[in-house]
Design a protein around this ligand. Sequence first.
Ligand code: SAM
Length: 334
Amino acid sequence: MSGGRSVLFSAAADSYELAVRELRGEFGRDVRIKRVGAELGRVDGVPVGELAAACDVGRIMFVRHLTREVAGYPLDELPTESELATTLLEEFSARTVAVQTWIDGAGTGGSYRRLIAGALESRGVAVERSGQDVVVSGAVAGKQLLIGVNRLADSLSDWPGGQMRLARGEERVSRSEFKLEEAIATFGLDLPNGGNALDLGASPGGWTRILRLHGQEVWSVDPGALDPRLRGDRRIHHEATTAGRFFAANRVTFDVVVNDMRMDQVTSARMMLDAAAHLHRGGLAIVTLKGGGKNPLDGARRGLQVLNDQYDVLHARQLHHNRNEITAIARSSH
Ligand SMILES: C[S@@+](CC[C@H](N)C(=O)[O-])C[C@H]1O[C@@H](n2cnc3c(N)ncnc32)[C@H](O)[C@@H]1O
């Protein structure tokens, strides 16, 4: 796959400027960045692999998807399938690729997906929606169709523009469930089968439900109630108290601790230092650091600094289902 040119990056519309601040902090104030849509920007002169690496480890938190820009067309002058195929086939040699399209700030771009998929299939390339090493992206921004080609490994997410869509079944206990599911899928987290998990700020129990689906016995700490549907499960222990009181009164140790408590980033991270004493060395932590205040970037950075005291932070990112917050993934280092 050829390198160079521009990289298109996606960020939540409200967080776009934070993503730009982070990009300039990482790659220099002079790096050329242009906003091309509500949720889409273009950065020049930075190799996509370097960008992906900075995002992967959480030095850049507010970028959620990357693709290398290879072409752009006005919507009223779209290429023929044959022209598009010729352009795309210069970029990769894979015989099966994923094709993902989206409309900036809106939904999927079905008709553009048909154009790109048709072009590739006409040259014998098989097309899937995900799960391939090479991803061809089509993003409609303003009056343009922007085409990207990228390795999945450098894309940050295997969803169009990083917008993971999850089914809203009746079994869902809360919208927060999506955040945990997305974090587990995006970062490929392995929860130890039969492990003990501590869920801080558990009410009404969405994260507890997801942890159970991943084979955990769960201690659900929250003064608030759990959804009645969780009551019959003997592997759920509702501790109707605050996290501080729970730690003071319990010696149980855990393989996993998750924290979705409603409090500012630093307070929440400090609570995780208390949790570290109850976590096995190398145990997994999943924490939402909630926006609050006018400066979610600096707040999140301060929260991560606190976490560093007892954890190795592996990832930190504003996922699609995060609102004014980021999700951090860490392992206990003590
Ligand atoms: C966003 S909700 C959690 C939703 C939950 N993760 C789910 O999926 O259903 C935040 C919760 O944090 C809880 N909370 C806030 N401060 C807390 C504390 N000190 N200890 C325990 N829970 C706390 C609140 O009671 C509230 O239920």
